[in-house]
Write a protein that binds this ligand. Structure first.
Ligand code: MG
Length: 281
């Protein structure tokens, strides 16, 4: 009995220490921005962006240059070589669908990635194009066949993303290439945050200011470390690669002129506008 209560006390103490460590973790925001026709990585310090010599996950350090945040046009905060996405990762979105026990993975393309403020353009023939607000993982270290326990060391940080989805293509195509990977169908940003408790963040989607989706990432069916581990069994994850982790609740169609905002706690607001469709140019 005494042994059990000692064990119990030690577990409580360990829990308090872990919570304190998380609360004390320093949160840092990283960006990529365009200035004088060139793109740079940077680290945010209040109203100032300090330029980095390269991507922060590849040893980029402060170059000594800096600029005001308002003077920088923010770009997608990563330039992934691969873009993965998980479907049906919240019960509120999955409903009663029967799915295998592993994370259901599909692919988007690096050319789909755009940054905050970029226009989302519907390709010719796309109809019923929905927002999907999601947490997006950014890989920091090469990961091949790693366990979930090893995954935290391979994740650099998280950002917000919109897994734009053309439902008209999704229903009938062999794969979701046109539906999910068309140009501009992968906005991410505005920053990559490190030091957050990535497994429990509030995610919210607003369409023209109205809240359409709202749920915490603690409700993920497959948590981000299980996802990273699973993908790494089949494909080597490389620094800068990104993984969309699934959308909660229900989604609805956007139309040209609409403003869509994905807000992730600790990261900020990813805002994009729907531009004129490609077939009306
Ligand atoms: Mg999605």
């Amino acid at each position: 009995m005494r042994h059990n209560s000692l064990l119990c006390s030690l577990l409580i103490l360990a829990g308090i220490m872990l919570a304190t460590q998380l609360a004390n973790a320093e949160i840092t925001h990283y960006v990529r921005y365009e200035s004088d026709g060139a793109s740079h990585y940077g680290v945010v310090d209040g109203d100032v962006i300090h330029t980095l010599t390269g991507p922060p996950w590849s040893g980029g350090v402060r170059s000594g240059a800096s600029l005001k945040r308002q003077e920088a046009r923010l770009l997608a905060p990563a330039e992934p070589r691969k873009v993965f996405a998980i479907g049906f990762n919240y019960m509120s979105h999955r409903g009663d669908r029967e799915l295998p026990p592993h994370p259901p993975v599909f692919l988007k393309l690096p050319t789909a990635i755009v940054g905050p403020g970029a226009e989302i353009i519907f390709p010719a023939g796309a109809d019923d194009v929905h927002y999907e607000g999601e947490l997006v993982i950014v890989i920091g270290k090469t990961a091949s066949r790693i366990s979930a326990a090893e995954a935290p060391a391979h994740v650099f940080g998280v950002t917000a993303g919109n897994d734009v989805s053309a439902r008209s293509f999704q229903a009938g195509d062999l794969q979701w290439f046109r539906a999910k990977a068309s140009d501009t169908f992968g906005p991410i940003g505005p920053v990559i945050a490190t030091g957050l408790d990535q497994t429990d963040l509030l995610l919210q989607t607003r369409l023209n200011g109205e809240v359409m989706q709202q749920q915490r990432t603690s409700d993920h069916i497959h948590d981000i470390y299980a996802i990273v581990s699973h993908i790494s069994q089949y494909a080597t994850l490389q620094p800068g690669d990104v993984i969309f982790t699934g959308t909660p609740g229900t989604t609805s169609a956007m139309k040209p002129g609409d403003t869509v905002e994905i807000e992730l706690e600790g990261v900020g607001v990813l805002k994009n506008v729907i531009g004129r469709p490609a077939d009306t140019d």
